[in-house]
Ligand binder design. Structure first.
Ligand code: NAP
Length: 326
């Protein structure tokens, strides 16, 4: 099978086409013929080892100390089940599925074998595979931070910092489905995009400082890595939560140890890959309540160009990679 592989950390040019044996599914595995995968900030970090300050060693421990442990990137993929192992009960050949292997990767290939116990779910009938592919990374991260860590509820006032990005564009839409009033921040050229996602208000962070509000938000979700508790703590209402999806180790420690009043909290952490979350996101997508924002699609043999586009400041939301499935 065709795949895109890398054997050393570096620029997008480290991604090279290779031919590999087609995987055979183990007894509890599903063999998926991949139709689409994506370039996420997870792929970017694993390729470049560009980690938030203080997390360099953790990056090497996760992705491989001196060279990449998982040579085929792709944190999420969507496709059609081609074969199943003899212990698989949840999937059958022909099923349309999307999967979120996360930091075990594997999407940049024509086929992947994945355990039926992993984060994998059926794609709703009304959704194309090259759209469904982008439900997982941004959607599951936004869902975990807003619902599990942030306990979002109807009527909450939510500020999404980095609302034009992958996680942020999902967070705006999900927070709206939870009945929140949503403000998103974006750079000037991306304000219209964030408004079109359904944000009630959009703040251009290059023109005014979004941290200036006082007692304004129940939840502030930072996906930019730029927010600190020192700046944003006062913008939280009493009981409010600053959710740090991205931060340096020092920002995280400062946020956790900062003196907080009125029950305000800072919550950093990792958003895990869960089948239940994928099913929830698929349900929203089926009802038209969550549509991943896809900026550009690239064919698999242009994976390096797709990675370069992810790093371009003009990029919005998701970058999808499509496979020739003829
Ligand atoms: N904790 C977890 O489990 C988890 C899971 C997934 C991702 N992450 C992390 O979350 C972060 C976001 O991921 P992503 O995939 O959504 O990345 P992304 O698509 O690149 O989005 C980041 C957004 O941040 C905005 N931004 C950049 N600098 C800013 C600044 N100074 N002030 C305000 N906004 C700024 C950008 O908006 P503009 O272009 O409009 O400037 C961009 O849209 C990454 O650091 C990633 O590693 C964490």
């Amino acid at each position: 099978m065709k795949a895109i592989s890398y054997s050393r950390y570096g620029s997008p040019g480290v991604l090279k086409p290779v031919t590999l044996p087609k995987p055979a599914p183990k007894p509890d595995e599903v063999l998926v013929r991949i139709h689409a995968t994506s370039v996420t900030s997870g792929d970017y970090r694993a390729r470049s080892l560009d980690m938030p300050a203080g997390f360099g060693l953790i990056g090497r421990l996760v992705f491989g100390l001196f060279r990449p442990r998982h040579k085929i990137l792709g944190t999420e993929f969507a496709g059609v089940v081609e074969a199943v192992g003899n212990k698989v009960t949840r999937f059958r050949p022909g099923d349309r599925v999307f999967a979120y292997p996360g930091a075990t990767f594997g999407g940049y290939a024509e086929y992947a074998a994945i355990s039926q116990q992993a984060a994998i779910a059926h794609v709703p009938d009304n959704l194309r595979l090259d759209v469904a592919v982008a439900l997982s990374f941004g959607g599951a991260t936004a869902l975990d931070f807003l619902r599990t860590k942030g306990s979002i509820k109807p009527g909450d006032r939510v500020l999404v910092i980095g609302a034009s990005g992958n996680v942020g564009s999902a967070a705006v839409q999900l927070a709206k489905t939870f009945g929140a009033h949503v403000t998103g921040t974006a750079s000037t050229g991306k304000r219209n995009m964030v408004a079109a996602l359904g944000a009630d208000a959009v703040l251009d962070y290059t023109a005014s400082d979004p941290s200036g509000a006082k007692d304004a938000y129940d939840i502030i979700l930072d996906t930019s890595g730029a927010a600190t508790y020192a700046e944003y703590g006062a913008a939280l209402k009493p009981g409010g939560r600053l959710l740090l999806a991205s931060s340096s180790l020092w920002q995280m420690l400062a946020a956790l140890t900062a003196r907080k009043t009125g029950g305000r909290k800072a919550i950093p952490g990792y958003a895990p890959e869960r089948t239940g979350d994928l099913r929830f996101l698929a349900g929203l997508a089926r009802r038209g309540q969550f549509t991943p924002f896809i900026d550009r699609r690239f064919p698999l043999d242009q994976a390096a160009e797709a990675h370069a586009w992810l790093e371009n400041p003009a990029r919005k939301g998701n970058v999808v990679i499509t496979l020739d499935t003829d």
